[in-house]
Design a protein around this ligand. Structure first.
Ligand code: SF4
Ligand code: SF4
Length: 417
């Protein structure tokens, strides 16, 4: 934690990319202000209860890390500080109930599937629900897809070029299993054997992000036990939040007996776009049925947390008649940020509306991104604007380009997410 506090020279270069500062205009809701508050909290000059609301409002998007010329590792301060705050604070009954719902349901695919089915049925009642529940319902797809069961290994097609282990994710495997199908399709078509450990669960990223560090450590340990690194070139994920979380395992498990294993594991974790870009993607055999103009949205946990910006764009540029357009304010978070849109629905909605307006201004007919949370958030706010753009994952678009004649249209279909 000391590095971030000592390295900050209070220059303010990060302010222009901090979503909460842009929306609220308060110094204490900026990276610089929060670093100062956390310093005072750690030194005992300010009670944690007084500064909690400002630290809570931080999205953990890490746009400030990208912007900072002094190399302040803000994330390394935020993660342990949130854990410290959670251990020492008194939450209201309403907050405790909401957090129980979030952290005892979302990371468990079976429980979340039941909740999602109930939520989809409750959609007509959404205006009567408390704001966090109404937000949760608005982010669900119109129909919750059937669960997919995977073999433990999907062989490469043709000559095997590599072998990976795939994290299928908890929330994503419930809301959008087609992303995993597309990922396996593109990997195997590129000569990659895909191991899918059958007993995998949540990687712990959601809990880590929310300061529930004991739960996050438990989930991280389970992931380390479930994923064998033997003969595996990479542990691959298609959800930016999970990839970012698994890269943080060494920090999460620092000082424990699992730290060395966490380092070895984190060194193998790659977003699927990075893995395919390094492997060398076989170009799709032909163009899409018609030219498509798409806007690419950078997930914060890919662009800021993992420094991955060019790889997905390079992969998509291999599709001959797909044109990518930049989204204005591309460094600014869409407001999804793990469970932020459930715990801070008003501010998340402002950011979601801001992002949806920016996306719409591109004139694109399709939105492409690499994180299920961003997909649900952007889709919900585009729909709320009456703008029926579909939102697709990078790997879905690649899989459809390989298929030549898409099973579902890339553009012109509003039932995305
Ligand atoms: S840009 Fe970096 S050094 Fe400057 S105020 Fe922000 S965090 Fe501190
Ligand atoms: S992580 Fe995001 S919201 Fe938090 S201080 Fe940095 S830029 Fe602002």
């Amino acid at each position: 934690m000391a590095q971030a506090i000592q390295a900050c020279v209070h220059c303010g270069f990060c302010l222009a990319t901090c979503p909460t500062y842009l929306e609220l205009g308060e110094e204490m809701d900026s990276p610089r202000g929060r670093i100062l508050l956390m310093k005072e909290g750690l030194e005992g000059q300010m009670p944690l209860a007084e500064l909690a609301e400002y630290v809570d409002r931080c999205l953990g998007c890490l746009a400030c890390v990208t912007a900072c010329p002094s190399g302040v590792q803000y994330g390394e301060l935020l993660l342990p500080f949130r854990g410290l705050m959670e251990r020492s604070r008194r939450r209201t009954l309403g907050e405790r109930l909401l957090r129980s719902l979030i952290y005892q349901v979302l990371p468990f695919a079976g429980r979340f599937r039941l909740a999602a089915w109930a939520g989809a049925l409750a959609r007509p009642l959404a205006p009567l629900l408390p704001r966090p529940l109404a937000t949760m319902v608005s982010l669900l797809p119109a129909r919750v897809p059937r669960p997919v069961s995977w073999p433990s290994v999907v062989p490469a097609r043709g000559v095997r070029r590599a072998r990976v282990a795939l994290l299928v994710g908890c929330v994503q495997s419930v809301l959008a299993p087609q992303i995993n199908r597309a990922t396996v399709e593109v990997l195997t078509r590129n000569g990659v054997e895909v191991a899918i450990p059958p007993n995998q669960g949540c990687c712990g990223a959601l809990s880590m992000h929310g300061g529930e560090l004991a739960q996050a450590r438990q989930m991280a340990r389970r992931t380390l036990e479930t994923f064998s690194l033997d003969g595996v070139d990479a542990v691959v994920t298609n959800a930016a939040g999970c990839g970012s979380g698994m890269h943080e395992y060494p920090l999460l498990l620092a000082g424990t007996s699992a730290e060395a294993q966490a380092r070895r594991f984190a060194a193998k974790v790659q977003d699927v776009s990075v893995f395919l870009d390094r492997l060398g993607l076989d170009p799709p055999p032909g163009p899409l049925p018609r030219p498509v103009v798409a806007a690419y949205h950078d997930p914060c946990h890919l662009a800021h947390a993992q420094g991955v910006r060019e790889e997905p764009r390079r992969l998509l540029s291999r599709i001959p008649n797909l044109t990518l357009r930049a989204v204005p304010e591309e460094a600014i978070c869409c407001g999804s940020a793990g469970t932020y849109n459930l715990e801070h629905p008003e501010l998340a909605a402002r950011l979601g509306q801001r992002k949806a307006a920016a996306v719409e201004s591109t004139g694109a007919e399709l939105v492409i991104t690499g994180n299920i949370g961003c997909m649900a958030q952007i889709q919900a706010h585009l729909t709320a604007r009456g703008c029926p753009l579909p939102v697709r994952h990078t790997l879905e678009v690649l899989a459809q380009a390989y298929a030549g004649s898409p099973a579902e249209p890339l553009a012109g279909d509003a039932a995305g997410g």
